[in-house]
Design a protein around this ligand. Structure first.
Ligand code: CU
Length: 154
Protein backbone atom coordinates (compact mmCIF):
# COMPACT_ATOMS: atom_id res chain seq x y z
CA UNK A 1 0.00 0.00 0.00
CA UNK A 2 2.84 2.40 0.64
CA UNK A 3 3.91 2.08 -2.98
CA UNK A 4 0.68 3.71 -4.00
CA UNK A 5 1.39 6.73 -1.86
CA UNK A 6 4.72 7.30 -3.51
CA UNK A 7 3.24 7.14 -6.98
CA UNK A 8 1.10 10.18 -6.25
CA UNK A 9 4.00 12.62 -6.61
CA UNK A 10 3.69 16.09 -8.03
CA UNK A 11 4.83 15.40 -11.58
CA UNK A 12 2.32 14.45 -14.19
CA UNK A 13 3.71 11.36 -15.72
CA UNK A 14 1.20 9.94 -18.14
CA UNK A 15 3.90 7.87 -19.76
CA UNK A 16 3.00 4.58 -18.16
CA UNK A 17 0.22 3.58 -20.50
CA UNK A 18 1.67 0.11 -20.69
CA UNK A 19 -0.10 -2.17 -18.29
CA UNK A 20 -3.34 -3.30 -16.73
CA UNK A 21 -6.24 -1.29 -15.44
CA UNK A 22 -6.42 2.16 -13.91
CA UNK A 23 -8.12 0.96 -10.76
CA UNK A 24 -4.95 1.41 -8.78
CA UNK A 25 -5.45 5.15 -9.03
CA UNK A 26 -8.40 4.88 -6.69
CA UNK A 27 -6.19 4.02 -3.75
CA UNK A 28 -6.40 7.09 -1.57
CA UNK A 29 -3.71 7.87 0.91
CA UNK A 30 -6.33 9.10 3.35
CA UNK A 31 -8.22 5.82 3.22
CA UNK A 32 -9.19 5.17 6.79
CA UNK A 33 -10.21 2.00 8.49
CA UNK A 34 -12.63 3.99 10.61
CA UNK A 35 -15.66 4.42 8.45
CA UNK A 36 -19.14 5.82 8.98
CA UNK A 37 -22.20 5.15 6.91
CA UNK A 38 -25.61 6.67 7.38
CA UNK A 39 -29.08 5.32 6.81
CA UNK A 40 -32.39 7.15 6.74
CA UNK A 41 -36.18 6.97 6.72
CA UNK A 42 -36.16 6.65 2.94
CA UNK A 43 -34.66 3.17 3.21
CA UNK A 44 -31.27 4.28 1.94
CA UNK A 45 -27.65 4.04 2.88
CA UNK A 46 -25.56 7.15 2.32
CA UNK A 47 -23.16 5.21 0.12
CA UNK A 48 -23.13 1.96 -1.77
CA UNK A 49 -19.38 1.63 -1.70
CA UNK A 50 -17.03 1.49 1.26
CA UNK A 51 -13.25 1.23 1.11
CA UNK A 52 -10.90 -0.10 3.74
CA UNK A 53 -7.55 -1.79 3.96
CA UNK A 54 -7.20 -5.34 5.13
CA UNK A 55 -6.93 -5.45 8.90
CA UNK A 56 -8.97 -4.12 11.75
CA UNK A 57 -11.96 -2.04 10.74
CA UNK A 58 -14.17 0.17 12.85
CA UNK A 59 -17.52 0.82 11.27
CA UNK A 60 -20.29 3.09 12.53
CA UNK A 61 -23.82 2.88 11.21
CA UNK A 62 -26.00 5.90 11.93
CA UNK A 63 -29.73 6.16 11.44
CA UNK A 64 -30.44 9.80 10.67
CA UNK A 65 -34.20 9.35 10.45
CA UNK A 66 -36.95 9.48 13.05
CA UNK A 67 -38.83 6.28 12.46
CA UNK A 68 -38.88 3.46 14.95
CA UNK A 69 -36.80 0.36 14.68
CA UNK A 70 -39.84 -1.83 14.23
CA UNK A 71 -40.94 0.15 11.18
CA UNK A 72 -37.72 1.39 9.59
CA UNK A 73 -34.99 -0.53 11.36
CA UNK A 74 -31.58 -0.72 9.75
CA UNK A 75 -28.49 -2.77 10.25
CA UNK A 76 -25.43 -3.45 8.17
CA UNK A 77 -24.42 -7.02 7.51
CA UNK A 78 -21.19 -7.80 5.70
CA UNK A 79 -21.31 -11.09 3.86
CA UNK A 80 -18.50 -13.43 2.99
CA UNK A 81 -17.47 -13.67 -0.63
CA UNK A 82 -19.60 -16.08 -2.59
CA UNK A 83 -22.69 -15.66 -0.44
CA UNK A 84 -25.97 -15.63 -2.33
CA UNK A 85 -27.23 -12.26 -1.19
CA UNK A 86 -30.88 -12.80 -2.04
CA UNK A 87 -30.98 -16.22 -0.44
CA UNK A 88 -29.40 -14.76 2.66
CA UNK A 89 -31.95 -11.95 2.66
CA UNK A 90 -34.80 -14.40 2.47
CA UNK A 91 -33.50 -16.30 5.48
CA UNK A 92 -32.87 -13.07 7.35
CA UNK A 93 -36.41 -11.85 6.79
CA UNK A 94 -37.67 -14.83 8.77
CA UNK A 95 -35.35 -14.20 11.69
CA UNK A 96 -37.32 -11.49 13.44
CA UNK A 97 -36.58 -12.89 16.89
CA UNK A 98 -32.87 -12.30 16.34
CA UNK A 99 -33.28 -8.88 14.72
CA UNK A 100 -33.04 -10.42 11.26
CA UNK A 101 -29.67 -12.06 11.78
CA UNK A 102 -30.40 -15.68 10.89
CA UNK A 103 -28.53 -18.12 13.10
CA UNK A 104 -28.53 -20.70 10.32
CA UNK A 105 -26.51 -18.35 8.09
CA UNK A 106 -23.90 -17.20 10.57
CA UNK A 107 -21.16 -18.88 8.57
CA UNK A 108 -21.86 -16.38 5.77
CA UNK A 109 -21.44 -13.29 7.94
CA UNK A 110 -18.18 -11.41 8.32
CA UNK A 111 -19.63 -8.89 10.76
CA UNK A 112 -22.84 -7.06 11.46
CA UNK A 113 -24.15 -4.12 13.44
CA UNK A 114 -27.19 -4.37 15.62
CA UNK A 115 -30.56 -3.26 14.34
CA UNK A 116 -31.15 0.44 15.02
CA UNK A 117 -33.99 2.93 14.73
CA UNK A 118 -34.10 6.63 14.00
CA UNK A 119 -31.56 8.70 15.93
CA UNK A 120 -29.52 5.68 16.96
CA UNK A 121 -26.12 4.46 15.91
CA UNK A 122 -23.96 1.41 16.40
CA UNK A 123 -20.22 0.97 16.12
CA UNK A 124 -18.55 -2.34 15.52
CA UNK A 125 -14.93 -3.42 15.21
CA UNK A 126 -13.92 -6.45 13.25
CA UNK A 127 -10.98 -7.84 11.34
CA UNK A 128 -11.08 -8.55 7.66
CA UNK A 129 -7.82 -9.99 6.45
CA UNK A 130 -8.58 -11.04 2.89
CA UNK A 131 -8.55 -8.30 0.26
CA UNK A 132 -11.56 -8.50 -2.00
CA UNK A 133 -15.07 -7.23 -2.53
CA UNK A 134 -17.74 -8.02 0.02
CA UNK A 135 -21.45 -7.37 -0.20
CA UNK A 136 -23.12 -5.50 2.61
CA UNK A 137 -26.83 -5.30 3.13
CA UNK A 138 -29.54 -4.21 5.51
CA UNK A 139 -31.32 -7.42 6.45
CA UNK A 140 -34.55 -5.79 7.64
CA UNK A 141 -37.36 -7.32 5.57
CA UNK A 142 -37.72 -5.64 2.20
CA UNK A 143 -34.73 -3.34 2.58
CA UNK A 144 -32.26 -5.40 0.65
CA UNK A 145 -33.66 -4.16 -2.65
CA UNK A 146 -32.36 -0.66 -1.94
CA UNK A 147 -29.98 -1.04 0.96
CA UNK A 148 -26.94 -2.84 -0.33
CA UNK A 149 -23.42 -2.03 -1.35
CA UNK A 150 -19.88 -3.23 -1.76
CA UNK A 151 -17.14 -3.16 0.82
CA UNK A 152 -13.85 -3.07 -1.05
CA UNK A 153 -10.91 -4.33 0.96
CA UNK A 154 -7.50 -3.45 -0.43
CU1 CU B 1 -32.84 -1.10 6.56
Amino acid sequence: TIFALQSCGGKTEKVEETTTTEQVVEVEDNASNEITIESNDQMQYSTNELHVKAGEVTLTLKHTGNMEKAVMGHNLVILKSGTDVNAFGAKAAEAKASDYIPASEEASIVAHTKLIGGGESDTITFTISEPGTYDYICSFPGHLALMKGKLIVE
